[in-house]
Design a protein around this ligand. Structure first.
Ligand SMILES: Nc1ncnc2c1ncn2[C@@H]1O[C@H](COP(=O)(O)OP(=O)(O)OP(=O)(O)O)[C@@H](O)[C@H]1O
Ligand SMILES: [Mg+2]
Length: 289
């Protein structure tokens, strides 16, 4: 019997503070979900293009840049510009890039990559069609299970583009000084979005504590203080704090970049717990292989 088709769950990874692990988490969760036979689309909405670099092999990324393959920029523009092979603008056919290692290269792992010139193209342009990604997902991505959007740390028209497409927001946060500095900004920006789009349900599904202290590697009193601050602020806004946390480990950047299955050690086990908790939070369950 054919399985009932469900709609994709769209989650943006956002914190209006830089370097907290947004891209690392987005890449990890995407790889894990693919491993669990879910059909995954990752969207890189950050002009830094870190997620694109994490999910593509070096060769693929080089090729993508050299050949000026379609990216989120073309998705926004809605066409392919003239080039040495094209004497006129052409319709945008496929902006999806198949990603992942050879092991992962099934039909169920795609990326809409970002490009470095993104910033000039878009942010400076007069008018950006904010719901363009939401529309693309609604029309073209019905067969996906999970869509993860990696966002830049600064609020811009791109953040709103992400909101328009998203049901949930996942907030990684680092235990450090001023760890929650981005929380009120995010809360305010979500409130603004909600009041302008009253029929759109968007919620913080979880706050993921990154780089937290462990019993094996105490990281000083300010880490403890900041954990309390995180819980307090998150509680104030009604954002659930995930019970699994990321510790500081070299395994994380590796797993974000490379094939998920090839890793062992603490970070590997920990990341699986985080990913399972995440999937449960957003109401997705792994598929049978
Ligand atoms: N738990 C961790 N253990 C070790 N290194 C980590 C961990 N989390 C993140 N990192 C490293 O910290 C750096 C910042 O992480 P990442 O790029 O994911 O943050 P970000 O929030 O996406 O940053 P930006 O705001 O610039 O987009 C990266 O070099 C990443 O590999
Ligand atoms: Mg990032």
């Amino acid at each position: 019997m054919e399985e009932t088709r469900r709609n994709p769950v769209v989650v943006s990874v956002i914190n209006l503070k830089g370097g907290v692990g947004k891209t690392t988490v987005a890449a990890l969760l995407a790889r894990y979900a693919v491993r669990k036979n879910l059909n995954v689309l990752a969207v890189d909405l950050d002009p830094q293009a870190n997620l694109s670099q994490a999910l593509m092999t070096e060769n693929d990324y080089k090729q993508f840049m050299e050949n000026r393959e379609p990216s989120v920029v073309e998705l926004f523009n809605g066409y392919l510009p003239p080039s040495s092979e094209r004497s006129a603008p052409a319709p945008l056919e496929n902006v999806l890039k198949r990603v992942g290692s050879r092991w992962e290269q099934k039909e169920n792992f795609h990326l809409i990559p970002s490009r470095f010139d993104f910033a000039n193209n878009l942010i400076e342009s007069v008018r950006v069609d904010e719901p363009v990604l939401a529309r693309y997902i609604a029309h073209e991505m019905k067969n996906k299970d999970l869509i993860l959007i990696d966002c830049a740390p600064t609020e811009s028209v791109l953040t709103r583009t992400a909101y328009h497409a998203s049901r949930y927001v996942l907030v990684p946060v680092r235990t450090e000084f001023f760890s929650t500095i981005g929380f009120p900004l995010l809360q305010e920006s979500l409130e603004d979005f909600r009041s302008e789009n009253p029929t759109h349900a968007i919620d913080v599904c979880g706050v993921l504590i990154n780089n937290s202290e462990t019993q094996w590697s105490p990281r000083g009193p300010h880490h403890r203080d900041s954990r309390e601050e995180i819980r307090e602020k998150a509680g104030e806004y009604g954002w659930p704090v995930m019970s699994n946390e990321m510790t500081h480990s070299r395994g994380y950047p590796k797993m974000a970049k490379e094939e998920y299955a090839s890793h062992t050690g603490n970070a590997w086990g920990e990341s699986q717990k985080i990913a399972n908790e995440f999937l449960e939070m957003i109401g997705l369950s792994p598929r049978e292989g």
